[in-house]
Design a protein around this ligand. Sequence first.
Ligand SMILES: CSC[C@H]1O[C@H](OP(=O)(O)O)[C@H](O)[C@@H]1O
Ligand code: HPA
Length: 253
Amino acid sequence: MIAGTGFYDLDALDDAQHETVHTAYGTAAVTRGSWHGQSVVFVTRHGAGHDVPPHRINYRAIVRALDELGVHDVVAINVTGGIDPDLEAGEIVCIDDFLDLTRRRESTFHGDGLGGVVHTDMTHAYDPVLRRELLDAASAIGQPVIDGGTYVCFDGPRFESPAEIRLAALAGGTVAGMTGVPEVTLAAEAGLRYAALSLVVNAAAGVRPGEAITMDDINTVLTSAAPKVLAVVDELVHTRSVFRSVDGEEAGG
Ligand SMILES: CSC[C@H]1O[C@H](OP(=O)(O)O)[C@H](O)[C@@H]1O
Ligand code: HPA
């Protein structure tokens, strides 16, 4: 699980061990533990003290570390601003596409052409099966989650201008964030299954004319809504543990 703003530790993890993983792309701080008997690796992408801004996160080290630790499935949580005017703060969207409007990020494992030039398909960058599992988990606990939406990624760390959000809306954007890309594209390059739950914490700039974006308002939404997102992931992990014990499989992955 890779989470960001408002998600700095995972109380659900038993036997949590903090580790630094050294990769060819730099280091990543991870917490490993057991959740409903399943092996889980948790990463808080801005760091435990939220001291890494979105444009400075070492996405390649995080994704490579998860890959090297044997992770197969990644559930990402991103908090976002709603571009779609119908979205209210506190709503959750299970993302199914992205638009990359970042400009200054290391965004590939294949930049140097070593081993050949590689072009990775992004048609199903958000894994349909893992998305379905998340949506089913949400249904099982009665938590509404919107099925599908386009995550538009900006560099940040500033919020967008109203004109930037109008451009993103014209392109079909649903929510705006600063961390979803290249996390999703690197996961695809690494062959990891990746799905993302996006928690809307404000209306994106200009969507509600006259309304400013404040961290106080965002933190208020996070306090009440973050547990709902975690409850969906908890149900997913719980469901998997039940199926694995019925199947007699080893917990893991
Ligand atoms: C809430 S202020 C903006 C900050 O929040 C989002 O973080 P994350 O994607 O890690 O949940 C956004 O991308 C910015 O980093
Ligand atoms: O409005 C936003 N824009 C970009 N990222 C965000 N993260 C929370 N809200 C926003």
